[in-house]
Design a protein around this ligand. Structure first.
Ligand SMILES: Cc1cc2nc3c(=O)[nH]c(=O)nc-3n(C[C@H](O)[C@H](O)[C@H](O)COP(=O)(O)OP(=O)(O)OC[C@H]3O[C@@H](n4cnc5c(N)ncnc54)[C@H](O)[C@@H]3O)c2cc1C
Length: 392
């Protein structure tokens, strides 16, 4: 399929998703089953049943199993992101979307049938087990600090360790566990729940849209047969990169959609509410905040499209996705912050979804690589290039 017809198809899908999210999912933002650890399992299934009926479930993976290009995916995920519940409802949310992408790339046909298909069908959720508790000096910003160990016992593998911030572990049916083996970092596919994988507690965090929240998990003598290794032992960090560059970008896409919605809500407030004898938007301070938002929304869009184009070219896009993640996550945080300011006291209440979007964006500056780690990687590459230039 040509690039243009892929985009054209995506525009039609995005329009359908937007209509669905606005009409059927935004009302769920008032649902009492949406708690501080995300929407409940039955609420997720109910929203997904509606998405299935509307023909918008897992909309970025086409009926024949093909994945939309990254450029085309950007259109669809932005539309889904118009509500923080939209991505979960249409099955393009983190971590499932990134996990589906990884399994699509690396898993064997048998592994795809068993672990990927239920995810694509929206009948199961998944979790990605990489980060470890800071208290254990485990892997965080620096994945090479990985402490979870996998040792061979005959044909099988036995895994022991602790993990932290595992989004959606509570309620997930598919797990991808990263552990260190003699061959190096290795990914294992596991069925969940599993008696050897115990949720110690679900953390109370600033954000609140991801089902299951973010858990601390103990892994005790988890036995995994060889057929459940994802790819090749020792290639885990390489596969993490395969997952991470596009996953960072899809976060940018979804949260861009959310910020467009926050801007709509702030504009609606500013063109209705008056102070000192005129509409808020006619006060330069307010108008300029909304104008700055418009500028930064457009910049974020351009960064996303640029990085998506790089990934579509087949390049790994490591530096490009770092630049985009830093730029977009920080711009969107400023945008959500200005939306709150424009709305005065109402902005910090839960009467609108703007307050949640702001909190979600605070967390986004940390997961999938804190801004500083991306800047540090970029600085290293700048130094490398400079030294190469002086040597040649
Ligand atoms: C909401 C949320 C969901 C998450 N979901 C998952 C998940 O599903 N699965 C999973 O495996 N992990 C998940 N994580 C974990 C996330 O990937 C880590 O929080 C992140 O990698 C940072 O690790 P850390 O928290 O241990 O911070 P640390 O490694 O302790 O770093 C703390 C701070 O140090 C600074 N820093 C670190 N290195 C550098 C450097 N080189 N240069 C400059 N400054 C530096 C940064 O400011 C950083 O924020 C999630 C996190 C959050 C907040």
């Amino acid at each position: 399929m040509s690039h243009e017809s892929n985009l054209e198809q995506a525009r039609a899908i995005a329009a359908k998703v937007e209509c669905f999210v606005r009409q059927e999912i935004i009302p769920y933002e008032r649902d009492e089953r949406w708690g501080s650890h995300g929407p409940s399992g039955d609420m997720v299934q109910e929203m997904r049943d509606r998405a299935r009926s509307a023909g918008v479930l897992t909309p970025h993976i086409l009926g024949d199993g093909r994945h939309l290009t990254h450029r085309a995916t950007a259109l669809v995920l932005q539309a889904a992101g118009l509500s923080p519940l939209g991505p979960v409802a249409v099955n393009v949310s983190a971590p499932d979307e990134g996990n589906m992408f990884l399994l699509g790339r690396i898993a064997t046909p048998g592994q795809k049938d068993r672990f990927l298909q239920p995810l694509v069908e929206g009948r199961a959720r998944s979790a990605f087990f990489m980060t470890e508790p800071a208290a254990d000096d485990g892997a965080g910003s620096d994945p090479s600090m990985l402490k979870t160990l996998a040792r061979q016992d005959g044909e099988d593998w036995i895994i022991n360790g602790r993990k932290a911030f595992i989004t959606g572990a509570d309620g997930a049916r598919v797990g991808i566990v990263m552990a260190m083996s003699d061959q190096g970092a290795t990914m294992f596919l596991v069925d969940l729940p599993n008696p050897a994988i115990r949720i110690e507690r679900v953390l109370d965090t600033i954000d609140g849209s991801m089902p299951g929240g973010h858990a601390i998990v103990a892994i005790d003598d988890l036995r995994v047969p060889p057929g459940q290794i994802l790819g090749t032992p020792g290639e885990g960090f390489k596969y993490a990169q395969v997952r991470l560059a596009p996953a960072r970008l899809t976060h940018c896409m979804r949260w861009l959609g959310a910020c467009r919605r926050a801007q709509e809500i702030a504009i609606a407030y500013a063109v209705r509410r008056e102070a000192f004898g005129k509409l808020l938007i006619d006060h330069e301070g307010v108008g300029f905040m909304l104008a700055d938002n418009k500028i930064e929304l457009q910049q974020a869009q351009l960064m996303i499209d640029w990085c998506a184009g790089v990934l579509d070219s087949g390049a790994p896009g490591t530096l490009e996705s770092s630049m985009t993640k830093v730029s977009v996550s920080e711009a969107l945080f400023r945008i959500a912050d200005r939306c709150i300011q424009v709305m005065g006291g109402t902005g910090v209440t839960r009467d609108t979804v703007v307050e949640l979007i702001f909190r979600e964006l605070r967390a986004f500056r940390i997961y999938d690589g804190p801004s500083e780690v991306h800047r540090w990687s970029l600085a290293k590459s700048i130094k490398r290039d400079a030294l190469n230039r002086t040597q040649s």
